[in-house]
Write a protein that binds this ligand. Structure first.
Ligand SMILES: [Fe+2]
Length: 295
């Protein structure tokens, strides 16, 4: 049902437009539209755009939409560089204060990770410095979680994901789905990822250039941990010492998620991971993941 829309003025605009949604049957949609109108009108009143500037805004959003396809999501990038993705993550993970910190999923989890055995090498192109990635999945009360799924994906030593380089990198390079052992542990072979720029050849890249912001993310490994009876956890492990840890363009870094990559010099650990030690050529990084009980 259309509501009365008279009485529109610069002063009353938000009130009049919000009232047009008063009959919305879906309570959540009504709340969202009312708040959107109030904040959007306040924003426009704050910046007082010229008509040319408003057209520029429309053109920017149009170009952002045109840049989207099955392998490129420019709106997600826009949400990321404006910090909205991290804000939504923060709002939705307040309950797990005692669990491992979460961070953004990112745009590269677009293919399913292949199931791999513990200890498998996920680097199919060998591009990068060899590394063991190991850890344990625990409940937030400390109990090890056997049979938990750990989904891992990352860029190679040149800073590219497999889906960005079809025909250059093997399919499913640097992706793997692992099941933790009876002690909740997981380990795999990989390479140390490099920092990388988010795709910056579209409108979001132009925005970063115009505002003199760089497009880079510090080196990281993506992880999703899932265990029965527990909230699933989406996070990253950041490589200590990587450039851009203090200026991630999507605001994803949390201090608690930074880990050093160290040379494996303990023969027992090397034996467990099946790599030579002491060795200059094998490094490792460890990550203990704590999942909170399902609310
Ligand atoms: Fe990433």
């Amino acid at each position: 049902m259309n509501r009365q829309t008279t009485g529109f003025s610069e002063k009353s605009s938000a009130q009049v437009v919000a009232a047009s949604f008063a009959g919305t049957p879906d309570v959540r949609l009504k709340q969202v539209m009312t708040s959107l109108v109030e904040h959007l009108h306040a924003f426009v009143k704050d910046i007082e755009p010229t008509e040319e500037e408003w057209q520029q805004a429309v053109d920017f959003l149009t170009a952002t939409g045109h840049m989207c396809d099955s392998t490129r999501q420019e709106f997600v990038l826009l949400s990321d560089v404006l910090g909205v993705s991290m804000l939504v993550d923060a709002i939705n993970n307040r309950k797990s204060a005692d669990a491992t910190d979460t961070t953004v999923l990112g745009p590269f989890h677009m293919v399913e990770s292949p199931r791999r055995e513990l200890g498998a090498d996920i680097s199919l192109d060998g591009n990068g410095e060899s590394c063991v990635f190991a850890g344990q999945v625990r409940s937030s009360d400390g109990t090890p979680l056997a049979g938990a799924w750990v989904d891992v994906w990352q860029a190679n030593g040149a800073g590219f994901y497999d889906v960005q380089q079809p025909g250059i990198q093997p399919e499913r390079n640097l992706r793997g789905l692992f099941l933790t052992d009876e002690e909740g542990r997981f380990w795999l072979r990989t390479v140390v990822p490099r920092y990388y720029p988010i795709p910056d050849d579209g409108p979001v890249g132009q925005l970063l250039t115009a505002t003199e912001r760089h497009p880079n993310r510090p080196a990281h490994i993506h992880v999703i941990a899932e265990a029965a009876g527990h909230a699933s956890l989406v996070t990253h492990v950041f490589v200590e010492g990587s450039p851009y840890l203090d200026s991630d363009t999507v605001f994803g870094v949390k201090e608690t998620l930074i880990r050093p990559v160290v040379t494996i010099d303990d023969p027992l650990r090397a034996e467990r991971y099946g790599v030579p030690a002491p060795s200059d050529s094998w490094n490792s990084t460890s990550f203990w993941i704590e999942c909170s009980h399902e609310p």
